[in-house]
Design a protein around this ligand. Structure first.
Ligand code: NAD
Length: 436
């Protein structure tokens, strides 16, 4: 019997076709307290989920389809919907195994539950994951159009228990394609009435998190500090701009893209920026002597290998899922006496922007700006301070505290719609969604 978790997404597609399956799901059964598959032949995957206590956290539903064109595996992971529809972006990425694909969706969707709850949004946690098929040209606009329009169809057929958005590997054009077939999508391009790219707001949020962390260490401001920035993409470059506005002494930054490094050197000419080009997978910036380290590139860079060499006193950046293993690595950083600011506390501005889209636009929107002020109890600054203080009082690592707090907030029912996401999922099962 083939091990369904160890095969590639493309091999799983072959297996599914042989078994006459195009759509399938795993849904948590409250009375039996375990997740159940839509098809008996997929029981080994359900067994894996039920036996998994790190990444599978009683996710309400996992819905997966094979596209009709281009053989692509597309998933919608709905973690928790008490606060509202599961919301989070869709990642378009290459996965070696079905297990990698599932784990990414599970981790990212639970992360969105935590991010949305701590931000005070009336949204639950969800995430989309699409496995790139290396046999097709993923840069071809027509191929992408077909892939993302079919993803929109999946959203429509899930009746709104999950609302998608942009994430790593997807572009505003892809989001426009999803919008062609569903309304359950946010982060739309400006020309379609959306809020566009949120990176500037995200960078401002990271600065707020840094300020709260500095205050925790009895500092008064970022002035005079040295900051290490990994990644000079959309968020990183804006972050550098805001840091210089805060009179930091120096920024040490890197990117794997030489054009971005050259562009930054030009833009910040005359400022104390030390920028370098690094090779893919080079994480040596983490060892830089600096006050604050800001990971703004990829996730899973804080590991048992990298943590012992970190010299910064504070880690606070935008990259999602910076800890390779949330519990293990959070503790390792804590034991080294480094203050770690959990990413999902400070990088919320993307989803904050998206959550407001359907309510129209006003200039200097207070429902967005309050996340960046210093007073509102759910602001990045106040929530970060609260988490860091609580963690100190309890003698525990901050991500641990933040997750506990987020878990408590995430089960508060939506004030108007209650736990409607679960009702939607129940209706999908009753109506045999997988046959649609
Ligand atoms: P981006 O793709 O524009 O920038 C990431 C940059 O990191 C790229 O320029 C890339 O070349 C670089 N990079 C990759 N590996 C590197 C390495 N080893 N060393 C140095 N540079 C490396 O993405 P972004 O929008 O700037 O987002 C950055 C991170 O923040 C991502 O992890 C993203 O998921 C997260 N995030 C972004 C937002 C947002 O509003 N854009 C919101 C929440 C979270």
């Amino acid at each position: 019997m083939v091990d369904l978790l160890k095969i590639s997404p493309q091999e799983l597609i072959t297996f599914l076709r042989e078994n006459g399956i195009r759509r399938f799901h795993f849904v948590y059964n409250q009375s039996e307290k375990k997740c159940k598959p839509s098809h008996e032949v997929l029981q080994p995957i359900a067994d894996f989920l039920n036996g998994e206590d790190r990444d599978y956290l009683e996710h309400e539903g996992i819905f997966i389809q094979i596209t009709k064109e281009h053989d692509v595996l597309q998933g919608a992971f709905v973690h928790r919907t008490q606060r509202g529809q599961g919301a989070g972006g869709t990642r378009f990425w290459g996965y070696n195994t079905v297990e990698d694909f599932l784990r990414d969706g599970l981790r990212l969707s639970a992360g969105m539950t935590h991010k949305n709850a701590l931000a005070g949004l009336w949204w639950g946690g969800g995430k989309g994951v699409i496995a790139r098929n290396s046999q097709v040209d993923n840069r071809d606009p027509q191929v992408r159009q077909a892939i993302f329009q079919e993803y929109g169809e999946l959203m429509t057929d899930l009746r709104g228990c999950y609302v998608t958005a942009e994430d790593v590997g997807t572009t505003t054009t892809d989001i426009g394609n999803i919008f062609a077939t569903t309304r359950f999508v946010t982060c739309l391009p400006l020309e379609l009435g959306g809020s566009g790219n949120p990176s500037t707001a995200t960078a401002r949020g990271v600065v707020r998190g840094m300020e709260a962390a500095v205050e925790m260490l009895n500092g008064s401001s970022l002035s005079g500090k040295t900051i290490g920035v990994q990644g000079m993409g959309h968020v990183g470059i804006q972050l550098i701009q805001f840091l210089f506005e805060k009179n930091v002494a120096q920024v040490i930054a890197c990117d794997i893209n030489p054009d971005l490094v050259a562009q930054a050197e030009k833009e910040f000419f005359g400022k104390n920026l030390q920028a370098s080009v690094v090779s893919k997978g080079d994480n040596s910036i983490l060892e830089t002597s600096c006050d604050i380290l800001a990971p703004c590139a990829t996730g899973a860079i804080l590991t048992p290998q990298s943590i012992p060499n970190i010299k910064a006193k504070i880690i606070c950046g935008a990259a999602n899922n910076q800890l390779e293993d949330a519990h293990r690595d959070d503790r390792l950083i804590f034991e080294r006496g480094i203050l770690y600011v959990p990413d999902f506390l400070v990088n919320r501005m993307g989803i904050v922007n998206c959550s407001n889209e359907q309510y129209g636009y006003v200039k200097n929107d207070q429902f967005i700006e309050r996340h960046l002020d210093q007073e509102w109890e759910y602001s990045i600054y106040q929530k970060t301070l609260k988490v860091l203080k609580l963690a100190r009082e309890n003698g525990e690592p901050p991500a641990h505290t933040a997750i506990k707090l987020a878990d408590e907030l995430s089960i508060l029912p939506h004030p108007i719609f209650g736990h409607r996401g679960q009702k939607i999922i129940d209706s999908l099962i009753k109506d045999q969604w997988f046959k649609s």
